[in-house]
Design a protein around this ligand. Sequence first.
Ligand code: 5GP
Length: 195
Amino acid sequence: MKNSGLLLVISGPAGAGKGTVVSKLVKDENIRLSISATTRAPRGKEENGREYYFYGREQFEKMISENGFIEYAQYLENYYGTPKRPVEEWRKEGKDVILEIEVQGCEKVKNSVPDCISIFIMPPSMEILEKRLRGRGTETEENIQKRMKRAKEELALAKNYDYVVVNDTLEDCVENVKAIITAEKLSSQRLSFDI
Ligand code: 5GP
């Protein structure tokens, strides 16, 4: 029997470099990235259906009532949620699926999908985190301050994750996440033996 794909939940404060790490991981054709829905406005060159599905509040709430999300959460003033159907279909096909979501969402996924693997991407320091956030050039000062405050709260929750990977050098961080995926695939708990 073919094993179903892994469900990887990747979190970490905004500016920790999760997005870059994930973009390297999805170069593997066995890995899919779930595209979330959000009520926040597109940032920079973001496009509907590529980085996010940009929904109105009403549309988002309708999808909640139809049980269309694996999880959803509020982050700052907006909703963010993981559409259920693509994730389930990919896993059935044996693809590994990555959810790049914040900490409350991870808690909810752990409850509904207990075999998920959670990975926290840690910035090397708060100074570097702030520098990276400012370097984006897409955030207002107020937003940077809010994101830094939220980052501190999130860092305190890293210990609840299965794995913590520091994003100091991008290549090392990606290699470490790949090593986790390899090890999890070899876990006796997951393997179904044909002999
Ligand atoms: P941003 O506005 O920077 O794109 O995302 C803000 C935060 O929301 C990030 O920590 C990101 O990982 C998280 N996020 C993105 N999509 C989802 C989702 O579907 N569910 C949850 N719970 N968080 C999400």
